[in-house]
Design a protein around this ligand. Sequence first.
Ligand code: NAG
Ligand code: NAG
Length: 464
Amino acid sequence: MWSLKPVLVIVLSLSLSLIDAQLSGSVGPSTSAASKAAIKVCNVLNYGAKADGTTDIGAPLVSAWAACQTGGLVYIPSGTYAMSTWAELQHGSKVAIQLDGTIVRTGTAGGNMIAISNTDDFEFFSGTSKGAIQGYGYEYISQGTYGARFIRFTDTSNFSLHGIALVDSPSYYTVFDTCSNGEIYNMILRGIQIGETDGIDIWGTNIWVHDVEVTNGDECVTVKSPSKNILVESVHCNISGGCAMGSLGLGTDVSLVHYRNIYENGAGGHYIKSYGGTGTVTNCVFENFIIHGSAYTLTNNEYWNHDSGGTGVIVSDITYTNWKGTNIDNSRPVIRYQCADTAPCFGITMSDINLWTTDGTSVTWECESAYGSGGCLRNPSAGTTSYAASFTTIKTAPAYSASTMPNDHAAAYPSTTSFTIPAVPTTFFPGLKPSSALLSLTTYARREAEAEPTAALVMKSFRA
Ligand SMILES: *[C@@H]1O[C@H](CO)[C@@H](O)[C@H](O)[C@H]1NC(C)=O
Ligand SMILES: *[C@@H]1O[C@H](CO)[C@@H](O)[C@H](O)[C@H]1NC(C)=O
């Protein structure tokens, strides 16, 4: 069995050299976009697309994919493209999509605007860091409804998604369903503060999410079951539901999930949620959280909602360390570790947890059927039998200092007007540089800017 303690020690002492402490191998496309472009470039302009803001890019994108799907680069040059029909892109291998333009939703169907499936060695990116999808979600949300989701990857391996702004989705932004060896980074997701707008939902194996900013009203970056070897780091959840795991139901199988350097402003901490599931969540680490004004802070709630009828998910060997910040309204405990009475949690460690409130002179810790060390957890020697919720009142504010990000305390965006497309940021956690520079700052983008948007020239520029 994988042992938690040695890895934790290494992570804390050598954090920079062990970026992939929880990954099981390499992530991202197996071949570079430049080498794909050297095989073939399928420019959507040659398949019927027009950067005129009205011609549908849906069918041209499907045709360009068909022409490049076994080796090549689908190229969407700068300019504004309307999308009125959705693109289902399947069975790709050694293929990339370079989105340097803006895709604007004009269609009204449900489903996913861009769905990638059964694809291997795939990169979806912007070469100029200016690619965007504008969903005009406010058109639905201001009417109390939802529209299409933006992007779904299914059964896709050795992939990346990076350098793109996803703006005002009419529903979920991205979902990664049963994917492996993936990397998601240098992204900004920005929209209305309302439920059903999950930012990044993942289930799969060996996936690294880093350097992303999410403003929405539901999950920021969430891991669902089954998942293994997921590393989530340098995430800025700016007005968001926050990061969660779940809801977890029958047959839960989650292990080796590592979140670190998570900055949340008006977003919901980290919580594991389930009710009457079965299976396990084990060997996970949640470290270096800064949370300003969160509704939920450090939470495991095994009585979340919708009893799925099992005896409870067994949550064990979970470490929380270096958390600081505040809840808002003080209506919930800052630590709430409420395990199923029929499946007590064990091996939980909480250290250096400094959680206070924006309003009030005390905070509450709540533990139920939870064993380990720190917080209100009961000592393992007490056994692993159930116990009723017990509440501890903390009357002394912890001493800590928690940095802020620039410009993060503004009010939520209105749901009645369209959004300006933001630039992809270059900082996501106070004091940390992104792991990869934006392509707009590298030779890749310079070559791109020099090239005419034609297949031959793009190809030549890549070969230069
Ligand atoms: C992903 O890449 C790895 C290593 O490059 C390779 O072994 C594996 O077969 C690839 N996955 C799939 C599903 O093709
Ligand atoms: C955070 O979101 C608010 C709107 O909700 C916005 O005004 C602000 O600019 C965002 N901050 C950053 C750093 O993007």
